[in-house]
Design a protein around this ligand. Sequence first.
Ligand SMILES: [Mg+2]
Length: 356
Amino acid sequence: MDRLKISARLMIVSDLDHTMVDHHDSENLSLLRFNSLWESNYRHDSLLVFSTGRSPTLYKQLRKEKPMLTPDITIMSVGTEITYGNSMVPDDGWVEVLNQKWDRNIVIEESSKFPELTLQSETELRAHKISFYVQKDKAQAVMKALLECLEKRGLDVKIIYSGGMDLDILPQGAGKGQALAYLLQKFKTEGKLPKHTLVCGDSGNDAELFSIPEVYGVMVSNAQEELLQWHAQHAKNNPKIIHATERCAAGIIQAIGHFSLGQNTPPRDVMDFLECKLENVNPGHEVVKLYLFYERWRRAEVENSEPYLASLKAACVKRRATFFRAFRFFFCEERDRERFWAIAGFGTAVICEHIV
Ligand SMILES: [Mg+2]
């Protein structure tokens, strides 16, 4: 993928549930606002990384439920699986790192001695992550005792409690933070370290992300007590970490502005389609504008479309080749094809009637 071959202008590493995705927002407005901002201003030279506790099975399920972008890199199962691109090519080097002092059979055998632990579903038991449910008041004691048992058996593991119910056992070298550290080291070795990295999270298993030196961090406004407590104890005086006043993806947009990491006005917030000055035509922005125009046009919310169509025509004539390249680029990924074809009919009509 071309974007992985250059030093990214901005790399956003975001948790999904209750961070990028707001499960209390049935219209997905903040997610759609972030998507339009990313597609129009960042996609071409920046990297989007999703870092989730979800296994590949549950991650794919979420993608069917919510209008999520296709990330450049996906870190799943609490930092134990790293994959690249839409086809999700695994990082074999990371698998080797995780195999050190790890034996999942021993983990399952020892944990079965704790009746407080309830094994999660089969899809959540991964090569380097074994997950349980445990009640909040029992968690600390179980974690301490279990850790001792596993150490006696020669393993070097990490136990993470998250969301007030999930207990994950991972190799010591795993976790969201370690996976990010591995990626940053890999980029550094290849001479393409991102210029800025922004990590985003809401719960306990995100704390590690905020421990990585040099990164900016945003705890979304709805962050859980466990993350806020960690912050109060370990990173209170770090000016590069903020607790946003906005929920979920809106908090991420807020952080981009707070740290001056780039443009942070989503095109979705701009009601005037003609706002972009012609001399500063940004092809990505124009494609997103066309898509947003189409959305509103379908809902019969556009009273007078002529000025916008004239502006689109002028933009295309001025930067014709770039515009069409961008149009293909933004919608070429497998997952976005449906969206591409949804607008293609209208786009073709516009192009045929007004431009070509
Ligand atoms: Mg979360």
